[in-house]
Design a protein around this ligand. Sequence first.
Ligand SMILES: [Zn+2]
Length: 155
Amino acid sequence: MSGWNNIIVHHSASGWGNAHFIDQWHKSRGWLGIGYHFVILNGFTTSEDLKSGRRFDELIGQVEIGRTLDGDQWVEGEEIGAHALGFNADSIGICLIHRQEPYHPAMQASLLDLLTGLMRRFDIEAKDVLGHCEVNDKKPLCPGLDMAMIRGYLI
Ligand SMILES: [Zn+2]
């Protein structure tokens, strides 16, 4: 067994959603279930919410659990995610609900908190926190954050 070596940050490219919907989307691709370990909400749960501008402020930046980690440092069977080709075996995946609008500050604050906690718990360095776009050049818009700036906050 080996440990978690990277954290990879994604966006949903959807503008709305939550861990439940992503679980359904990923199951419809024939996967086991949600491929990310954590999801950070943007306040729009459904496509109707987004269309009508009905944003739930209390949900903005809330962290949901996707694929479950048991909390120890080792990577075990069903904990392995499905989010970044070539990196799944040792990477924790975080997905921000986001399409192309500027990120809400509460989502960024929440991401930094989550990253800080995971880095401490699993002994991961800031240089190993990457955006999907940095490990797959076919995903240039994922997650749509300045990852060098994010890493700068984590050191
Ligand atoms: Zn991605």
